[in-house]
Ligand binder design. Structure first.
Ligand SMILES: [Fe+2]
Length: 162
């Protein structure tokens, strides 16, 4: 028997990571970057699912991964800039976590042409778990220091920093 789907059924693929407002930490610039990073991780995963043995497929996977990792690097720089500016005591540990993640990603990115689809999906799962855990736990550690710093500097004329 053939199953007929309702015409209204969405054909949009289900997100690999669903952005949940509970991921928000309360600093708009960081929250916006986290949401965009989640979206780019989803795009990488969706590109992997197009699985076929063509040159175009390999290029697409490589491009979506590079986009995701380049944006992660931009985001880390912004977090690290704010942690330094606010004298966050856990800066070194947090930066070490960013660096370890970056190193692992770079090793995989270099080999992306050689990865099988299942290895690619395994790496996407690593990205997903790392991003979710990092946002939910590690990024919350700098929150009180950064919020205080941003509050203080917002009330200063001409955006001068203390
Ligand atoms: Fe972070």
């Amino acid at each position: 028997m053939q199953i007929k789907y309702a015409a209204t059924q969405s054909t949009k693929p289900k997100d690999f990571i669903t952005w949940d407002p509970k991921f928000k930490i309360g600093i708009p610039v960081i929250d916006g970057q986290h949401e965009h990073l989640v979206q780019l991780c989803n795009e990488f995963y969706q590109s992997l699912l197009k699985n076929n043995d063509t040159w175009e497929y390999r290029v697409l996977v490589k491009q979506t991964l590079e986009k995701c990792l380049n944006y992660a690097a931009t985001h880390f720089k912004e977090e690290e800039r704010l942690m330094i500016a606010s004298n966050f005591s856990g800066y070194a540990q947090h930066k070490a976590s960013h660096d370890a993640f970056t190193e692992k990603c770079e090793i995989t990115a270099i080999r992306i042409d050689k990865l099988t689809t299942s290895e690619g999906v395994k790496f996407a799962l690593f990205l997903r778990d790392w991003i979710q855990t990092h946002i939910a736990h590690e990024d919350r550690l700098y929150l009180p220091t950064l919020l205080e710093f941003l509050k203080k500097n917002q009330s200063k004329p001409d955006g001068q920093q203390s």
